[in-house]
Design a protein around this ligand. Structure first.
Ligand code: FAD
Ligand code: MLT
Ligand code: ZN
Length: 468
């Protein structure tokens, strides 16, 4: 706790919410509240007087209207797996937990869609639809904790973006409570619907700053019946990029193109207590191909054979548990980093032709400016998106990113200078908001501010996130 003053209307707000939602919906036991005030990385440690946990859209609307009446700021929170400090109350805001909105409809086998509450986890959705031979287009390692609402609010990417696109492409309809307390519901799921502004698309990626997503109509995909995964050793980043682009050009059934570079592989190997089945000089590419009703193994083999001459060492898996064990060299990295220290996490995208130069400059720049820093580079190479994780010798927990600036300036300026983005998939949150002007013009930021003022005139919704 910093002892920052709380909104004068806080007690009146809490009492109104208790009457409207029932007293069980307001949690203020400090032990319970503290479970909602530290982010997944442990880097952002905030404080809050209470957590409000509605069970339906009406409860969310009551909470937001009451917050507006009493000048109380709210931070929406799903699974709290976000990696940019956007889901924790860094300035004493009340946490609005959406985990209670966990109702899930039946998958519709005709439209290939399902309606889910925002608090449903990705893992629960995957389990529900798998029985119907269906899957979901976005997948990520936090699947058992992250919620569909949080994924939409951050426009999550994940490991199959190269095939299905980000969360925005999966959203066929949405229900939300805007910052002014009005409920907008458009859950029909029509694939073609040009009837004005696309509010679902606007709220996707808005990081809780415009309103709260309460339900989603989501597109489902047929589950591939055949999958093949290859781990390929690469001489360096340039080689991995060359191979990744050959695969994008030549493999129609491509399902994932992920990369792990040198020290990151050593770290995850130590964490897992086993070595990758093949050795490599510079990095590893994990390539997955998947199809319904047809085995893509020969196609993958063909594209690797016609690739660069150095493609000699390849480990292949077609069935569990081998496939899962191979995937773990990529999927367990975030966990391996978290147990090593408190990271500064960067999630940048760079045009693929410039990726190798970027990785070279960022790693040498970090080594020069931050001696002793551990630097781990890995990510969704097929999408031009790498995660640069930096653990400084003296990294600590902070309330706001400004408290320990670290390597942000170097990494984000470099990414922008390469024509890239300072956030490919995690969002801006509190961690990157100061740097938004690196990639967005004053006119764009001014439009963002006007949109926020129109939908959230009281400045109630996540007011310290995203906008500089
Ligand atoms: P939270 O962390 O609770 O919130 C994230 C943001 O959304 C916050 O700004 C919050 O205010 C807002 N928010 C949450 N719910 C709502 C709602 N219902 N309405 C409005 N705003 C809301 N991300 C990727 O993109 N790709 C990955 O591959 C990936 N892998 C990950 C792996 C691990 C191990 C971990 C820990 C995280 C990973 N992430 C990844 C980041 C994270 O899981 C995603 O950002 C996820 O979408 C966040 O969901 P959540 O429910 O935890 O949201
Ligand atoms: C990933 O791709 O593993 C995630 O986005 C998480 C991370 O960046 O650590
Ligand atoms: Zn990622």
């Amino acid at each position: 706790m910093t002892g920052q003053p709380q909104a004068p209307g806080l007690e009146a707000f809490l009492s109104e919410v208790r009457s409207a939602l029932g007293s069980a919906a307001v949690l203020n036991d400090p032990d319970v509240v503290s479970g909602h005030t530290t982010d997944w990385t442990r880097r952002f440690v905030g404080h809050s007087p209470a957590v409000v946990r509605p069970r339906d859209t009406a409860g969310v609307a009551d909470t937001i209207r009451s917050a507006n009446r009493h000048g109380v700021e709210l931070v929406p929170q799903g699974g709290n797996t976000g990696l940019v400090g956007g889901s924790v109350p860094t300035r004493g805001e009340v946490v609005l937990s959406l985990l209670g909105l966990d109702r899930m409809g039946e998958p519709d086998p005709i439209s290939l869609q399902i309606t889910c509450g925002a608090g449903v986890t990705l893992g629960a959705l995957q389990r529900r639809v798998r029985a119907h031979g269906l899957g979901f287009g976005v997948d990520l390692a936090a699947r058992d904790s992250c919620t569909l609402g949080g994924m939409a609010a951050t426009n999550a990417g994940g490991i199959h973006l190269v095939r299905y696109g980000p969360m925005r492409n999966q959203v066929a309809g949405m229900e939300a409570v805007l910052g002014d307390g009005s409920v907008v519901s458009h859950l029909g799921g029509l694939d073609k619907d040009n009837t004005g502004y696309d509010l679902s698309s606007l709220l996707t990626g808005s990081e809780g700053t415009l309103g709260v997503i309460t339900a989603l109509r989501l597109r489902l995909r047929p589950v591939p019946t055949h999958r093949v995964l290859a781990l390929v050793g690469c001489p360096d980043v340039a080689g991995a990029v060359e191979l990744a682009s050959g695969i994008r050009r030549g493999l129609g059934s491509v399902h994932a193109i992920e990369a792990v570079f040198g020290p990151a592989m050593e770290l995850v190997e130590r964490h897992l207590g086993r070595r990758a089945p093949i050795r490599a000089e510079g990095g590893w590419l994990l390539v997955e191909a998947a199809e319904v009703g047809r085995d893509p193994t020969d196609d993958l083999a063909g594209v690797l054979e016609s690739g660069p001459d150095w493609v000699t060492d390849v480990a292949v898996a077609t069935e569990d548990p081998t496939t899962t064990r191979l995937w773990e060299f990529r999927e367990k990295l975030t966990e391996a980093i978290a147990v090593t220290g408190i990271p500064h996490k960067f999630d940048v995208s760079v045009p693929l032709p410039r990726m190798a130069d970027f990785v070279e400059e960022v790693t040498s720049g970090l080594a020069g400016q931050f001696p002793g820093a551990q630097v781990y580079v890995f990510g969704h190479l097929g999408d031009g998106n790498v995660h640069v994780n930096v653990i400084l010798p003296e990294s600590t927990a902070v309330e706001t990113a400004e408290a320990e600036p670290g390597p942000e300036e170097l990494v984000l300026t470099l990414a922008a200078g390469f024509g890239g983005s300072i956030s490919a998939e995690h969002g801006i949150g509190t961690a990157k908001r100061r740097y938004l002007p690196l990639v967005r013009s004053p006119e764009e930021i001014s439009a963002f501010v006007r949109l926020k003022a129109a939908l959230d005139p009281g400045g109630t919704m996540n007011p310290h996130v995203l906008l500089p």
